[in-house]
Design a protein around this ligand. Structure first.
Ligand SMILES: Nc1ncnc2c1ncn2[C@@H]1O[C@H](COP(=O)(O)OP(=O)(O)OP(=O)(O)O)[C@@H](O)[C@H]1O
Ligand SMILES: [Mg+2]
Length: 272
């Protein structure tokens, strides 16, 4: 089972869009994917057309042993990947998670409960801040994707997230790989986008994914039932970009060989 956190401490850098569409592309390539929405704002949950559930039917359950005991986990099908939805109760719940061991809840879920669920990939979408939930996600993951819009504030946020990931590797989770930066909402006509892309590649080298996500209107309007770019227009450039990024990610993390894919890639499944 592959565990991936999608994180950037800066808001609006494409975390949720990347979580949805990387997961959809991985599902399209034949993998069983569970997305856990850890953002109290719950945009991922809304964008795939799932209403806000009661707190007990949301990801809050993972941080409350009494609520979880003897109950089925709250997992809904979206038609592409499965989802453990978010609830705004995550905000209030955060106030109770103040002990050092409270960063270990998700790790316990990943090690104890998740294997019997039969997923190939577990992906955590996180909020734009260093919270107990994002630390839980990084502590429970083997990989972290940092979506970064090539502009000043998102790049600074991405670098801070890189530092947080290094801290988590050192103190909490030595199994966490070096992060992969995914450039998002890239507009090749903008000089500052070209400059920040060059800056990221120069400074972080192979940690910057080769595939970029270009600006794409279909991505920004993909919400409602289905909620992925593939349910709207599988040939939109956002669909093609995320399919290639998902493929690259699987190669980077060693799940797939470049030459001989273990499963059909999303680009092949889409016929592009
Ligand atoms: N490649 C893209 N092209 C055009 N619009 C995009 C693209 N990626 C994301 N967007 C839009 O940019 C906005 C921010 O994206 P998103 O919600 O994915 O960011 P986020 O990092 O999850 O934000 P937050 O920090 O608030 O959780 C959204 O309106 C989304 O539809
Ligand atoms: Mg988001």
């Amino acid at each position: 089972m592959i565990t991936i956190s999608v994180c950037n401490h800066k808001g609006g850098t494409g975390k949720t869009t990347s979580s949805i569409n990387l997961s959809a592309a991985l599902a399209l390539s034949g993998l069983n994917v569970l997305v856990v929405d850890l953002d109290p704002q719950g945009f991922l949950t809304r964008m795939v057309g799932v209403g806000e559930p009661d707190a007990a039917e949301s990801s809050t359950i993972l941080f409350d042993p009494d609520a979880k005991e003897g109950r089925d986990l709250p997992i809904v099908e979206t038609g592409s990947f499965d989802l453990m939805p978010s609830s705004s109760a995550l905000s209030a719940g955060m106030r109770k998670l103040t002990r050092p061991v409270d960063v270990l809840w998700l790790k316990e879920f990943v090690e104890r409960d998740a294997p019997s669920l039969g997923y190939d990939v577990l992906l955590f979408d996180t909020a734009a801040a260093v919270t107990v939930y994002s630390l839980n996600a990084l502590t429970a993951s083997d990989h972290v994707v940092i979506p970064v819009l090539p502009e000043y504030q998102p790049v600074v946020g991405a670098e801070q997230t890189w530092q947080t990931a290094q801290m988590v590797r050192k103190r909490l989770n030595p199994g966490l790989d070096e992060p992969s930066f995914l450039l998002t909402m890239v507009d090749g006509r903008k000089q500052n986008h070209r400059s920040y892309r060059a800056y990221m590649r120069e400074k972080y080298g192979a940690h910057v994914m080769r595939q970029i996500i270009r600006t794409c209107t279909t991505l920004s309007i993909s919400h409602g039932p289905g909620g992925t770019v593939y349910s709207r227009n599988a040939h939109a450039r956002g669909a093609v970009d995320y399919a290639s990024a998902a493929e690259e990610l699987m190669v980077r993390i060693g799940h797939r060989d470049q030459a001989s894919p273990e499963t059909e890639s999303a680009t092949e499944a889409m016929g592009v």
